[in-house]
Design a protein around this ligand. Structure first.
Ligand code: ZN
Length: 267
């Protein structure tokens, strides 16, 4: 999607005052009078096929967009599994384009899940470039200037962080999971995650921490559903959580990029 057309999909005068229109066929449950003080972003990594299909179905029940971050080469035959938590089948760009067309957000989560803090800087840059090249070629209307790069293992160095902002709008790395509400120029987003076991209780505690604050933006790095991947969330809990959050007028559940685009100067 080009910037101009994206602008037509996402429109809000300012955070807390405007309405967010979710891209694609989904309509936001936000309304014009709603004052948003809390944002919840569940940022699903690794692109497991079964989990991604089910996750998006659950989000669609509540007219919400899911946020799925995929490894650019994980669907290829020669992909080497980074560890056992990646053993479940992953989706390919046919699936990512379909889910994106239905209103979900698909963002890069590296070329092959290399730890980019540990890699030599030049190699790390090359891996990011190759990842973004694949997104340019395979994800419909991918636009680096509005992309969020999600670091594998939430690991990054100051050097790669500085460089990567020449390539993408923002990145997600490890750190405090409560971010300030989106502001213009915000580019360093931090998140937490939990695993390898089920995350339901951990995620719920972080939701409660967020709601106890006057305002804030929780970015929680989720992975698969039920039995897939490192630190899975159960589909029943996810369904119940989204139902509960949808009832709260001051809370918006948004993909990371959409939340940030609320303040993007070119939106
Ligand atoms: Zn990952």
């Amino acid at each position: 999607m080009q910037k101009q057309s994206r602008r037509n999909f996402i429109r809000t005068s300012s955070f807390g005052l405007g309405a967010a229109i979710i891209p694609g066929t989904l309509n936001s449950c936000l309304n014009l009078s709603k004052k948003i003080t809390h944002i919840v972003s569940l940022s699903f990594d690794d692109g497991f096929e079964k989990s991604s299909i089910k996750t998006t179905e659950i989000f669609e029940k509540y007219k919400l967009s899911a946020c799925i971050n995929v490894i650019a080469s994980a669907h290829e035959n020669l992909f080497e599994l980074p560890n056992q938590y990646h053993a479940c089948p992953v989706g390919d760009f046919d699936l990512w384009n379909e889910l994106q067309a239905r209103g979900h957000e698909i963002m890069p989560h590296s070329l092959k899940h290399t730890n980019l803090r540990e890699a030599p800087l030049e190699e790390a840059k090359e891996l990011v470039e190759k990842c973004l090249d694949i997104f340019d070629n395979k994800l419909d209307s991918f636009d680096r200037s509005t992309a969020i790069f999600n670091f594998p293992y939430n690991q990054s160095s100051p050097e790669i962080e500085e460089w990567i902002l020449q390539e993408v709008m923002a990145f997600r790395t490890g750190g405090p999971e409560i971010n300030s509400l989106p502001y213009e120029g915000m580019a360093r987003l931090t998140c937490t995650s939990y695993g390898p076991e089920n995350i339901d209780a951990h995620l719920e505690s972080r939701i409660q921490n967020l709601l106890a604050l006057p305002e804030g933006w929780l970015i929680y790095n989720t992975h698969g559903l039920d039995d897939e991947g490192w630190g899975p969330v159960s589909s029943a809990y996810l369904d119940e959580l989204l139902a509960r959050m949808s009832e709260l007028d001051h809370v918006a559940v948004l993909p990371v990029g959409q939340a940030l685009m609320q303040t993007h100067p070119n939106r």
